[in-house]
Design a protein around this ligand. Structure first.
Ligand code: 5AD
Ligand code: SF4
Length: 452
């Protein structure tokens, strides 16, 4: 078959490659379900898919260039194999770049933004006729969810996007531009989707949002409610064992949500609360509207209601103008919190954001050195947290096979990876003793299977 620049014919198989955050993973799953509802099946491992969806992330630099090189690689591989895949670029790079992708990459048939992917099916039909299309519409509501097929195929730990977008405008961040304003999905729609997820096999649901704790809705009695109200409703679903939520903003934390950590057994003892920097001057320049001290006080309130809560955060080193002393403030906050897990990044100037044009951009060598020091402190604390868990007995939800034969992997309530050498099954909830700790996982000793 002679490859052409414009693919023809309806695809039979697909693959979605999601990059970046968990919200992209969720969107990727929903795109997969949508394609399956059209009769397109997932490509087998190692098989070239007829349709490849690159579900992209724009949060840090190089993401855009990576998309172009991924597309180039796919086109080249297709030529070599005499098979031309249909390529869709989805996600935040699609939103940010739009038509530009079409201009630069003739191999791309579809460009679809995060608020438009419910129309991907029609776009695929058009691509099959040789028509290329771009859809980066950003409506003011998130009606797309209502237009997607019902949830069908889920892992024991499922994601549920409850809120999208961000109104905070941290000066380094592209999210308010790529994902738009904060919008909460309606309560009834979420309760319904959660029930479908549990019927399809989910034992744990992680509620997702760029500012998940800004979620607001009206419950079935018409009362205004926040995330704590939604969590309490979901906790009443009998076969749902665990609830988590991410990512939160310190300024949207409510008394109710903090209290829920002491009241709702199914709400797991884990909180991801990005701080970004330990320096008040840098936090102000970042437009974070919290201080190091107000952040620490907030964490104290969580610890007061849930003393075993595991804390996690995001950090940026080398924000424009960050001095050595200001960076050391970040190390100090790490020492004060003792995070169980963390994500740390070098500052990356994003086009169109205020920080990208600020004075005092930090040389990359300085950022590298700071990141190393920060990560050494974070790794030290993560290992210490895991080591302190040894000897504890807890429930572990089995999510997948491990890499070694006969090995199974699950998550503890504190989101640690726990390995077992016993024969288990995906979706099992087991009671285990944590017996041995490494930097990023623990070994579990099976005590009993709680539910299979
Ligand atoms: N540069 C580096 N890190 C960033 N993040 C967001 N924008 C940038 C940027 N321009 C990080 C923040 C955020 C996480 C999702 O990504 O730490 O919490
Ligand atoms: Fe970006 Fe700040 Fe919004 Fe998080 S809160 S998505 S870092 S602008």
């Amino acid at each position: 078959m002679k490859p052409t620049d414009t693919p023809q014919g309806a695809p039979r198989t697909y693959r979605v490659k999601s990059f970046g955050c968990q919200m992209n993973v969720y969107d990727g799953e929903r795109m997969g379900e949508l394609l399956e509802a059209k009769g397109i099946t997932p490509a087998a491992d190692g098989e070239d898919a007829d349709l490849v969806v690159l579900n992209t992330c724009h949060i840090r630099e190089k993401a855009t260039e990576k998309v172009y090189s991924d597309v180039g690689r796919l086109v080249k591989a297709g030529r070599a194999a005499g098979k031309k895949s249909m390529i869709a670029v989805a996600g935040c790079v699609a939103q940010a770049e739009g038509e530009e992708i079409m201009k630069r990459s003739p191999g791309v048939g579809m460009v679809v933004g995060p608020q438009a992917y419910h129309r991907l099916g029609d776009m695929v039909d058009r691509a099959a006729r040789g028509e290329r299309s771009t859809d980066t519409d950003m409506p003011e509501n998130n009606a797309k969810f209502g237009a997607l097929p019902a949830r069908r195929r889920v892992s024991p730990s499922a994601f549920l996007t409850v809120q999208e977008g961000c109104d905070k405008f941290c000066t380094y961040c592209v999210v308010p531009y790529t994902r738009g304003a904060e919008i909460s999905r309606p309560y009834a729609e979420l309760v319904e989707e959660a029930k479908r997820l549990v019927e399809a096999g989910a034992r744990e649901i992680t509620l997702l949002g760029q500012n998940v704790n800004a979620w607001r809705g009206e419950d079935d009695k018409g009362r205004s409610t926040g995330l704590d109200g939604l969590i309490k409703t979901l906790a009443a679903i009998p076969d749902l064992a665990r609830i988590r939520y991410t990512t939160s903003h310190p300024n949207d934390m409510t008394d109710g949500l903090i209290a829920a950590h002491g009241e709702v057994d199914k709400l797991m003892p884990y909180l991801h609360l990005p701080v970004q920097s330990g320096s008040d001057r840098v936090l102000k320049a970042m437009n974070r509207s919290h201080t190091a001290e107000s952040y620490l006080k907030l964490l104290d309130r969580f610890r007061a209601v849930r003393p075993d809560i595991a804390l996690s955060g995001d950090f940026i080193v080398g924000f424009p103008g960050e001095t050595e002393a200001e960076f050391e403030d970040t190390l100090r906050i790490v020492d004060a919190v003792r995070y169980a897990a963390a994500f740390s990044f070098k500052y990356s100037p994003r086009p169109g954001t205020p920080a990208a044009t600020m004075d005092g951009q930090i040389p990359v060598e300085v950022m590298d050195e700071r990141l190393q020091r920060l990560q050494a402190a974070l790794n030290r604390d993560q290992l210490a947290f895991n080591a302190a868990s040894v000897g504890k007995t807890c429930d572990v939800l089995i999510e997948r096979k491990g890499r070694k034969p006969g090995q199974w992997l699950g998550k503890s309530p504190w989101l640690q990876s726990v390995f077992f050498d016993s024969e288990l099954a995906i979706g099992d909830m087991v009671r285990a003793e944590l017996v041995c700790a490494g930097p990023s996982s623990l070994q579990g000793r099976l005590l009993e299977t709680v539910t299979a």
